[in-house]
Design a binder for this molecule. Structure first.
Ligand code: PDD
Length: 285
């Protein structure tokens, strides 16, 4: 039977309850991770847990568990889930306390883990690509923290949905940062361009995989700032995330990107990514 984990207990989702004074509910005071699971094996668990530590450090909240403890808890949730491929969601908040912006003296963090079937991009999205809009990145200056306070991302992503598009591509001070819920790459003259990791974007695990593949396969790539003009004149644009894998953006603000179809560099990366998925992500441990 599918179970979730809440503060030491394994129970059905319907039975998992959090006090209304939880600081996650009151202030959005917490952080999270989304970990893809293939054949019941969490992919790059250590890297996700390292990013979780970075997020916890960023909000000055002690990690309630060691890596082995996280692995054990996640393992039990993954084992109890129905599907082989899953998306594990985990969240840590600063716990329940009387409402006061200042940290409580005695923190009892709330730890929640659930797993859902992994939703990978539909075939049509891979073959035809997706449309996106752009918006000014009006989020805070710690976008490297995977904070549960996602209201800016929610509002930005909704701009895409309202326009019948899949993603909102964000520009800050004339440069590409990332998507509302993904990292963004551009391709110009055959060169893959990736904005450098900084406080202005989430350091995506899929972003790392794409750059590693580019390196291993000898695909021309540069990690450097991408200006708005370069983005708008790009031959290809891609979005990446644990659930979107690598998907081509073929229209930006109603204009075709390159030919308006997923481009040749995308197809090479897509093939290499799928190969990596079969041989590494799905490989028996
Ligand atoms: N989001 N940037 C943002 C703002 C994101 O929310 C995400 C992922 C990424 C890609 O990170 P990764 O490759 O590690 O999945 C980049 C997850 C999937 C979510 O919030 O559901």
């Amino acid at each position: 039977m599918a179970l979730v984990y809440l503060n030491g207990e394994y129970l059905p989702l319907e039975e998992a309850k959090v006090p209304v004074l939880d600081r996650g509910f009151i202030f959005g005071d917490g952080v999270y991770e989304v970990i893809p699971v293939y054949n019941r094996r969490p992919f790059r668990l250590s890297e996700h847990l390292r990013r979780l530590q970075h997020s916890l450090d960023g909000i000055r909240l002690a990690n309630p568990h060691r890596e082995a403890e996280w692995a054990e808890r996640i393992g039990r949730i993954v084992a109890a889930a129905e599907t082989e491929d899953q998306g594990v969601y985990l969240q840590v908040t600063r716990g329940p306390a009387p409402r006061d912006h200042a940290f409580p003296n005695a923190v009892q963090p709330t730890v929640f883990i659930m797993s859902n079937p992994l939703s990978t991009p539909p075939r049509a999205a891979v073959e035809q690509g997706v449309a996106a809009v752009t918006a000014v990145d009006n989020r805070w200056l710690r976008c490297d923290i995977k904070a549960i306070a996602l209201l800016p991302n929610v509002l930005l992503r909704q701009l895409a949905v309202d326009a019948g598009c899949a993603e909102t591509v964000l520009l800050r001070d004339g440069f590409l940062t990332e998507g509302a819920a993904s990292n963004i790459f551009a391709v110009r003259d055959g060169v893959i361009l990736a904005p450098p990791k900084s406080n202005l974007m989430l350091p995506g695990i899929t972003y790392d995989v794409v750059l590693e593949i580019a390196q291993a396969k000898g695909f021309a790539h540069e990690v450097r700032q991408v200006s708005e003009a370069e983005l708008r004149g790009a031959d290809e644009i891609w979005q990446t995330s644990s659930t979107k894998e690598v998907t081509a953006v073929v229209r930006l603000d109603g204009q075709p990107v390159g030919t308006g179809k997923p481009g040749p560099v995308f197809w090479r990366m897509h093939a290499a990514y799928q190969d990596y998925k079969q041989t590494v992500m799905r490989a028996a441990s």
